[in-house]
Design a protein around this ligand. Structure first.
Ligand code: ADP
Ligand code: MG
Length: 383
């Protein structure tokens, strides 16, 4: 991948790249829409990445190239504002640059940049965090900006929240930053505390991408975010406003009469999901993978029925996977409303099992999902 990126960089800009960095996509293992509610979540960095290459320039221009469209978008360093919609892909690294500068990175001149990726975009695997974190690593290295990992993760999130207008929590950038091969990342989003645990041997991840496009920036995600905030406001009852993480099911039941039905159900999902994440961590540590698998599927059902961020395509995939041999559990992975289902399986689950699922799915929806297995890979790094 690095060789191909080097060649393309030379072809596009007529000189060699000097800095290379990569960052992975992630599976949301369990903890659905808990992150921006100050809750708990576990994610896994996968072995599919975005890699970026940079070379410094002498002038004050930032140039972003695309291998796919062969276009180069030029931005003046004095104008760090979001590009218009057709160049939205530029906004991911551009936002990171802007917030790195605000965090103290000194950059007097610009750069040429190009990226390459083997991570499907818009599938709920967080290609957006992967481009943000790989850019953050590459740019901070180019300009000699020494920041710890948590700072870079926060800058990635800030860029997505404020430059892209997507109100995500810390999960995506946190896992893309803190991921580790053969490990799972546990995040306490209130404390912004990241820890990793080894994954049990012999389990595998399969992804079934419905290819139904989720449209996170445009609506549903923000609507859920607002419903959770409304629930938290009612639960805080005029006192200091706290995030949903602070409340128990008992608190919720006492406030139920003051809430609209949809707001109640969103809060119930988040509060119960935090409990499932805690339980999943205990079961992982005690080696009870079947128990973890049941929690994964229970999480999906809660998304389906309470949070209503699933869709027929994802529900069908979970139905097909739920009771198959070798499958511990399955759930939508990420924001929802389309994207991918992930299954945690043992090593007996094979290509042909996955294909059976894909064929049954195609009978109903007319086309197969894109299926691949993946392993837990490393977080963002220079390469
Ligand atoms: P997800 O993060 O689940 O893949 P999003 O809708 O959050 O879905 O992000 C996808 C968007 O991220 C793409 O439409 C594109 O604009 C941007 N993106 C993803 N990968 C890259 C990349 N390698 N270079 C530039 N932009 C990218
Ligand atoms: Mg994203």
């Amino acid at each position: 991948m690095k060789d191909r990126l080097s060649e393309e960089f030379l072809k596009l800009y007529g000189r060699n790249a000097e800095i290379f960095a990569q960052a992975p996509g992630r599976i949301e293992f369990i903890g659905n829409h808990t992150d921006y509610n100050g809750g708990l979540v576990m994610g896994v960095a996968i072995d599919k990445v975005v890699m970026v290459a940079l070379a410094p320039r002498q002038d004050r221009k930032l140039r972003f190239g695309s291998i796919r469209s062969r276009e180069v978008v030029e931005v003046d360093m004095g104008d760090l504002t979001p590009r218009r919609r057709e160049y939205n892909w530029v906004n991911y690294p551009l936002g990171v640059f802007k917030f790195l500068k605000e965090a103290g990175m000194s950059a007097e001149s610009g750069f040429d940049m190009l990226d390459i990726s083997n991570l499907p975009g818009g599938a709920g695997l967080s290609s957006s965090a992967a481009i943000e974190m790989s850019s953050a690593f590459a740019m901070s290295s180019l300009f000699g900006f020494k920041a710890d990992l948590k700072t870079l993760v926060r800058i990635g999130r800030k860029s997505e929240n404020e430059f892209l207008g997507m109100p995500c929590g810390i999960l995506d950038q946190g896992v893309s930053g803190f991921g580790k091969a053969n490990s799972i990342v546990f995040i306490d989003c209130l404390a912004e505390d990241f820890s990793t645990y080894p994954l049990p041997e012999g389990c595998k991840f399969w992804l079934f991408n419905s290819t139904k496009k989720h449209a996170l920036v445009d609506g549903f995600y923000a609507a859920r975010h607002a419903e959770c905030a409304e629930a938290a406001k009612i639960l805080s009852a005029g006192g200091d406003e706290r995030l949903l993480r602070a409340f128990s099911l008992e608190d919720l039941e006492s406030a139920k009469a003051a809430m609209k039905e949809n707001v109640y159900r969103r809060a119930k999902h988040v509060i119960e999901e935090n409990a499932r994440v805690m339980r999943a961590r205990e079961l992982l540590l005690s080696g009870d993978i079947s128990g973890v698998g049941k929690l994964l599927t229970a999480s999906h059902r809660s998304s389906q029925l309470l949070f209503e961020n699933s869709c027929d395509e994802l529900d069908c995939l979970v139905d097909l996977l739920e009771n198959r041999n070798g499958v511990y559990g399955a759930r939508l992975s990420g924001g929802g409303f389309g994207g991918a289902v992930m299954a945690l399986t043992d090593s007996s689950f094979s290509e042909s099992d996955a294909d059976d699922v894909a064929i049954a799915y195609a009978k109903r929806f007319g086309k197969k999902p894109v299926v691949f297995d993946c392993a837990a890979g490393d977080g963002a790094k220079l390469v």
